[in-house]
Design a protein around this ligand. Structure first.
Ligand code: C5P
Length: 316
């Protein structure tokens, strides 16, 4: 059997609001998630053994069972054990382009690609909804990475409703290679510092509705107006990550000083993005930032909004 090759896109958070605690220990969220045109390539090849093997040249990507792409393949093997016995093990090669531990859902996107790829390789015939449900058991961002586009996500981030798709908004994105922020740390610290502002009863629909402020952002997205969207960017986790990481704050302030439409940290960070008027502006901002921060530890990308989730590049 030939390999299947898929593209797994990163995301940014246009909006992240923390509503309260959930009985499962996670946080109740309202997020607006946006796919961007920055992708890892995932190659899945049947290997005629009963093993799942991860290959990746990136030094920060684990090759063992802690890799979420490995966990995705194991999940498929246990859920569809007859197909696993019939088709055998898999080599999963990750060509990494998305910065790691950056708040860009790189790992979740890799796991989503494995779910989509194995579904095709083993002819399982699972629907997108079924793949998203499997993905939710691996991580809160995996269902979005299957679906892609522009989505409002609630619950712990796994309940998705599509929004009008945003095409061709140019973005400049920065991430310090050596800086990693643990998502668990960001949420735990937020709970310690701001937990007293949470709504106490997440089943109380009226209290929940009063706590959600994403309406203006949804309206801006429906207008497809990049400036209006930029003015509504919001991320509660900035309140804990920026004070702890001055470099990230400095990058965000530098983006803001260049005349971009708006700037924000993505997810639990530490990547920071800025929405731009055009590709030219994004390239110009990248150049200006590089002139001010010559430190090669800072990776800078020009990218744009993307309208789809996992894409199959080639299959047999
Ligand atoms: O779901 P995922 O494994 O990506 O989440 C990583 C960590 O982020 C969780 O262990 C939890 O500490 C935190 N988290 C949270 N509430 C969410 C999503 C994530 O507290 N809705």
């Amino acid at each position: 059997m030939k390999p299947i090759i898929l593209e797994a896109f990163a995301k940014i958070n246009l909006y992240l609001e923390i509503i309260g605690d959930r009985p499962d220990g996670y946080h109740e969220l309202v997020m607006i998630l946006q796919s961007i045109d920055l992708a890892d390539q995932i190659e899945i090849t049947p290997n005629s053994t009963d093993d799942i093997r991860i290959e990746c040249a990136h030094p920060q990507v684990p090759l063992d069972k802690t890799n979420i792409a490995y966990r995705a393949a194991k999940l498929m093997a246990s859920e569809f054990s007859d197909a696993f016995v019939k088709h055998g093990g898999l080599n999963i090669t990750i060509h990494k382009h998305i910065p790691v531990a950056a708040g860009l859902a790189g790992g979740s996107a890799n796991a989503a690609a494995v779910l989509v790829g194995v579904n095709l390789l083993w002819n399982l015939g699972l629907t997108q909804i079924e793949l998203e449900e499997l993905g939710a058991t691996l991580g809160s961002d995996v269902p979005f990475c299957v679906a892609g586009g522009t989505v409002i996500a609630t619950g712990r981030g796994e309940q998705l409703s599509p929004l009008p798709s945003l095409d061709n908004i140019y973005i400049v994105l920065g991430k310090y290679r050596s800086l990693a922020v643990s998502t668990a740390w960001a949420y735990t610290t937020y709970r310690q510092q701001f937990g007293n502002s949470y709504i106490k009863d997440t089943q109380d629909l009226a209290a929940r509705a009063a706590a959600v402020h994403s309406g203006p952002m949804v309206k801006a997205i429906s207008h497809k107006d990049a400036l209006e969207i930029a003015q509504q960017l919001h991320n509660d986790l900035e309140r804990v990550v920026l004070p702890t990481h001055p470099q990230v704050l400095q990058l965000r302030e530098l983006f803001a000083s260049t005349g971009v439409l708006g700037t924000m940290m993505s997810g639990s960070g530490p990547s920071v993005f800025a929405l731009c008027e055009s590709k030219q502006q994004a390239e110009h901002v990248k150049h200006l930032v590089r002139e001010t921060i010559s430190d090669q530890d800072l990776e800078l990308f020009v990218t744009r909004t993307h309208t789809h989730g996992i894409q199959v590049v080639s299959s047999s």
